[in-house]
Design a protein around this ligand. Structure first.
Ligand code: AMP
Length: 584
């Protein structure tokens, strides 16, 4: 990959032209990218053992290298983490590892990370920024960015480890490259890099208010963090106003570096405090909070698709008519596709694959369904098609080969091809590929669960209540097993209404396998368990305690019996539970 352009050379038109050029010839770019990755890593033990003998063409690559998941690579990654500095997965030894958020599998995964992967982030961010800024130009503004960098630490073998966002923020070139792409963040580094998520969040909010006239953008990596921030604002706004009025930071903020940094920004400002107070008191159920607080804001930015979809409704409530712009598609395994149509609302958003960031293959979903094998159950490798061979309207699971030692790695995400930008596909994120709920012959994905929850949430919305968050679990301790849905709500609903919600959830799983299993009592009545307010916050904290970064957090949508700690948090907080009626 070409070395990074320096900040002063960053030219948005050039970036767009480059993207157009690369995507016009996506097939050739893919071949070259694969060749480069295989040449750079030819000495890696993993590749040597597969007998490629210097061949770098896609056909030989596919014939010799198996499709893998993290599980198959784990023994290699463990050796790296433990300090084996030989060329294991890459030519140049890996010195940094990333921790994924781990909310799908219950624990973070370790993944190799290197400068080349950093560069993929820069390229992806530069591309989407250029397109975004063309549509929504921001001049001399500040960004209220709810970003949090968790700690880096050393592994047993002395490698630096951190979440991928942390590795990114702490990379020596981050400041001079990525920062040029954003409006200046209104929070000081001490807040972003603070050791306590709650204290950082409070101070992000405070900084946003101090610079309210200059804030032109509210952002985070994932929409969950933005919604969580403004839900927190609802709780702490009076305290924030007191701090602003008196020019003294609340005693709740105890981290000395944050206190010092904030004291430089905070001056007594009773007018501002009164104004914010007046605005907060004038709002109806916090509708339009964000534009009220930040009169010059242009848009809200963060990932809003996939598991973030359930937060879009609340985001719209806070945002009123402000544009919501979804961010890009990437993972700890590397960056893949950029949002180059920023005007599309989150429901219609697509991601254009950048063909020079990695080598990408696609498993047709129809093939996976036929062989009835999810990512962990395949016996023979399913057939893949290349980036430019995908078909509009079809769904695929994506497979990536990246410059940091992942070869034909199944990311576990499913996309639908919506069209092409030149010759690169524009993908709509559909879901994680793993099945969430299955007991008998039923198959329900995170989308099915989301649709069921949305249908039942409409019933409570009629009473001005909302479902704050949700997750699910298969309870096999009963005979027959049954689905359990955990719900946190923002108020009390009647027994009758919750009973109706429980029936609605049960009826909303329209998968034929589920319906027939319910009818024949091979699956028992669905159980709705309502949990106390704050339960999902405890789950977030549990994951942060495991090393996840708040910026990358995704609520687990299904909790396996093996995730005993999360299940324990949920179970201890159940306040009411309901069983659905007989199915006929
Ligand atoms: P992590 O490696 O923990 O940061 O998580 C990466 C995962 O987040 C991906 O595999 C996707 O499942 C999800 N993800 C990332 N970007 C998006 C996006 N734009 N839309 C939906 N899901 C996303």
């Amino acid at each position: 990959m070409k070395m990074l352009e320096k900040v002063e050379e960053f030219n948005m038109d050039k970036v767009i032209d480059k993207f157009e050029e690369l995507t016009k010839d996506a097939e050739r770019v893919q071949r070259e990218t694969l060749r480069r990755i295989l040449e750079d890593n030819a000495s890696a033990e993993y590749l040597q053992n597969l007998g490629l003998h210097g061949r770098t063409d896609p056909e030989s690559f596919k014939a010799h290298v198996p499709l893998v998941t993290h599980k198959e690579l784990e023994p290699y990654i463990i050796r790296i983490i433990d300090g084996d500095a030989s060329s294991i997965l890459t030519g140049k030894p890996i010195t940094t590892v990333s921790l994924s958020s781990g909310t799908t599998q219950g624990k973070p995964k370790y993944l190799p990370w290197n400068d080349e992967l950093f560069e993929t982030s820069v390229h992806m961010n530069q591309t989407s920024f250029a397109f975004r800024n063309r549509e929504f130009p921001i001049k001399n503004g500040k960004a209220l960015s709810f970003i949090y960098s968790s700690k880096q630490f050393k592994t047993k073998g002395g490698l630096t480890a951190g979440t991928s966002t942390t590795n990114l923020f702490r990379h020596e070139k981050y400041k001079c490259t990525m920062k040029a792409l954003q409006s200046q963040c209104c929070s000081p580094d001490e807040v972003i890099f603070g050791p306590d998520f709650h204290q950082s969040l409070y101070c992000h909010l405070l900084c946003g208010l101090i610079f309210r006239e200059e804030v032109q953008l509210v952002s985070s990596t994932f929409a969950h963090s933005i919604v969580h921030a403004f839900r927190t604002f609802e709780q702490v706004w009076e305290e924030l106003c007191t701090d602003i009025r008196e020019g003294v930071l609340t005693g709740k903020i105890t981290v000395p570096s944050i206190r010092t940094a904030m004291s430089k920004l905070l001056k007594p400002n009773p007018e501002l405090a009164n104004l914010i107070e007046k605005k907060c008191m004038g709002l109806n159920n916090w509708y339009g909070l964000i534009p009220e607080l930040f009169p010059n804001i242009k848009y809200i930015h963060g990932i809003m698709t996939g598991s973030m979809e359930p937060y879009v409704k609340k985001l719209k409530h806070y945002a009123r008519e402000l544009p919501l712009v979804t961010a890009d598609y990437g993972a700890s395994e590397g960056c893949i596709a950029a949002n180059v149509n920023p005007k599309l609302p989150p429901e219609l958003a697509t991601y254009a694959v950048l063909p020079h960031l990695g080598y990408f293959e696609f498993i047709p979903l129809s093939e996976l369904e036929q062989t009835n094998c999810g990512p962990n159950f395949h016996r023979v490798d399913p057939h893949t098609v290349g980036l430019t061979e995908v078909k509009v309207g079809e769904e695929y699971e994506i497979v990536t080969t990246n410059p940091a030692g992942l070869y034909r790695y199944r990311l576990g995400d499913v996309f639908k091809v919506m069209g092409f930008h030149n010759s690169t596909p524009e993908l709509k994120f559909v879901r994680r590929s793993s099945l969430l709920l299955t007991i008998n012959i039923d198959k329900n994905t995170e989308n099915d669960l989301q649709l069921a929850v949305e249908a039942a949430a409409k019933l409570v919305a009629a009473e001005n209540l909302e479902v704050v968050d949700y997750t699910s679990h298969v309870d096999s301790s009963t005979e027959p097993g049954h689905y359990v849905i955990f719900w946190e709500m923002n108020g009390e609903a009647s027994e009758e209404l919750l009973g109706e919600c429980c029936n609605c959830l049960d009826k909303s799983f329209v998968d034929a396998g589920y319906i027939s299993s319910r009818k024949t009592s091979c699956i028992g009545p669905l159980e709705l368990r309502v949990v106390r307010s704050g339960t999902f916050q405890k789950i977030l904290e549990h994951f942060l305690g495991l090393g996840a970064a708040a910026s990358q957090y995704k609520t687990p949508r299904c909790v396996a019996a093996s995730h005993s700690k999360v299940l324990q948090i949920l179970s201890e907080d159940v306040v009411r539970s309901y069983l659905s009626s007989a199915f006929n």
